[in-house]
Design a protein around this ligand. Structure first.
Ligand code: SAM
Length: 292
């Protein structure tokens, strides 16, 4: 950080500061120090952030940095950074840039040679994953699914055979439709978890197979309120004694979209040299799993 009286020829730093996602005690000591000491805080919603800052007795000036002005106004922040001032970037909750504004400002800052410093802290997807009990060694974050049913379903279709744990953000008024679509695309038995109101009074983490989770949310309108993260276990290949190569599986899947199962297995065997009856069995199990 620029020491008082430092020369303006020293370029300032842009601090990307995580703020709480509910429980204010989750703010870090380092975040508070940075927010207190920078010259300016770029905030998604200045009125919202003012309340947070007031709670911690921080009087640093705020400037708006939201999705509508970020590209154009980013330059204003860059000028101040280049003039030697330190700036902090915060969003309404959690880590900036994670389904939140900040990407353009960070890009612009880096392009201008400004040091960008992460000040890590709360992030809903990581909090949910850390307590979900689903495989966490590999996962993908999908952010928000498309709001309209057609777009949402086609996105889910693309993820159907993704083997890593899937993480989604969802708005409460769409949670039920979202779970219904997940159930029909990923199958009723796929393990999933709904993490609601993390770090808040009504925090709920409910882990169930998709059909049961959908029914649980359907039966209780309270579950359709508040902020939520949905986690879905990755796809696991249908169990078979025989091992089929990834390439044979890819070809088989392509052919299954175009022709009957028996023909697809025969053709895939011809192309890949794998045994026809093994491919037939794999295709059969896959079809069975999908129709459940
Ligand atoms: N930047 C934030 C982060 O680091 O997680 C995410 C911001 S995004 C605009 C807001 C979404 O994050 C919500 O719709 C919800 O899906 C998720 N989220 C934020 N706070 C949450 C909480 N306390 N519990 C569950 N989900 C939360």
């Amino acid at each position: 950080m620029t020491a008082p009286g430092a020369l303006n020829s020293v370029v300032g730093s842009l601090y990307v500061v995580a703020t709480p996602i509910g429980n204010l005690d989750d703010i870090s000591a380092r975040a508070l120090k940075v927010l207190r000491e920078v010259s300016l805080i770029a905030a998604e919603d200045t009125r919202h952030s003012l309340r947070l800052l007031q709670h911690f007795g921080i009087a640093t000036p705020l400037g708006a940095c939201h999705e509508h002005n970020e590209r154009d106004e980013g330059n204003r922040f860059i000028q101040r950074l280049l003039a030697g001032e330190d700036v902090a970037l915060i969003s309404d909750a959690g880590t900036p840039l994670i389904s939140d504004p900040g990407y353009h400002l960070v890009r612009q800052a880096r392009a201008a040679g400004v040091r960008v410093v992460p000040v890590p802290g709360a992030c809903a997807l990581i909090a949910a994953l850390s307590a979900a009990g689903l495989p966490s060694d590999r996962f993908i974050f999908e952010g928000f699914l498309p709001a309209k049913a057609v777009g949402r379903r086609s996105r889910l279709e693309l993820l159907k055979e993704e083997s890593r744990t899937l993480i989604f953000y969802e708005a409460p008024h769409r949670i039920l439709e979202c779970l219904q679509d997940m159930e029909s695309v990923f199958g009723a038995d796929r393990p999933a978890l709904l993490a609601r109101e993390l770090t808040k009074t009504f925090e709920t983490l409910k882990g169930l197979p998709l059909a049961e989770l959908r029914a649980f949310v359907e039966a209780d309108s309270n579950q359709q309120r508040g902020e939520c993260v949905v986690l879905v276990a990755g796809w696991t290949a249908p169990e078979t004694d025989q091992v089929v190569s990834n390439e044979a599986m890819r070809i088989l899947n392509l052919l299954l979209k175009e022709m009957p199962l028996k023909r697809a297995a025969a053709l895939a065997a011809e192309i890949t040299g794998e045994r026809k009856n093994v491919l037939y069995q794999v295709a059969l199990e896959k079809q069975k799993a999908e129709s459940q």
